[in-house]
Design a protein around this ligand. Sequence first.
Ligand SMILES: Nc1nc2c(c(=O)[nH]1)N[C@H]1C(S)=C(S)[C@@H](COP(=O)(O)O)O[C@H]1N2
Ligand SMILES: [Mo]
Length: 299
Amino acid sequence: MAMRWTNTLKDREVTDEATFLNRRQLMAGAAGLGLVGVATGASAEELKPNSFEDISNYCNFYEFGTAKEDPPKYAGALTTSPWSVKIDGMVDSPGDYALEDILSKMTIEERIYRFRCVEAWSMVVPWNGFELADLLALAGVQSSAKYVVFETLVRPEEMPGVKYPVLDWPYVEGLRLDEAMHPLTMMATGIYGKDLPNQNGAPLRLVVPWKYGFKSIKSIVRITLTDKEPATSWNKANASEYGFYSNVNPEVNHPRWSQATERQLGGGLFAGRVPTLKFNGYEEDVASLYTGMDLKTHF
Ligand SMILES: Nc1nc2c(c(=O)[nH]1)N[C@H]1C(S)=C(S)[C@@H](COP(=O)(O)O)O[C@H]1N2
Ligand SMILES: [Mo]
């Protein structure tokens, strides 16, 4: 099956590291994924990532404060080495996995994905990382498992935001197992070929490009396989506004604002809003995961 993971974007004004993006790299990335028929012709060339500065200076990482500029200001204090991830629950090999051991077994690829926050802004990010499925295979997922739960570090000495009860710390997110195993779902370790800036979730964060940004949990220290849908942080904070699925969907509005359009970061002062795409443009790849589900109920 041909999988399209770089999608057509409308041309727009960006002051990005344009030289970084060239067709050859995209094609190489596609070939590395064993994908055929992707990124051909205009679509690949039109996909322009936001600048490193855009991506690393406008962040949501509430453990460091709730303003967009708080994480860039405060996350530098986060100690990201040594780092380990506890993988437990319904796996054959539970334990604490040292990050360097994980990385020695993974193939780091580049994936240029759209990223759409539930707040209705968006950007395009050239991630580096590996497929979550490969990490789960290391631990050996048992047949009873149906969901994957992720947890972020809580370290009050380095995270000024966790003294406020904005969310029920630790930040928790979850995916259904088939969503977690989908080849688009990745664990990011970098952007623009550089280590992930702390404010973007160093040293390891989830990226699920067809879901609202808050599903893409940062600075992960624990992954648990379970057979029950987990309680996730935003859903616990406000279940009527943030569903477990949170697939990008222009037809289902947030109770307090429309999701039909989005503001593209880096578009300049007078840039208009652009229509939001169902599943953030990845409909062809992921719609089959939700066959028969009412996406208005399971928002
Ligand atoms: N641990 C943790 N992960 C998090 C968040 C957070 O506050 N804490 N914010 C989420 C939200 S709302 C978004 S939009 C993205 C933002 O990622 P970025 O700052 O790298 O763009 O991270 C998500 N992951
Ligand atoms: Mo978000």
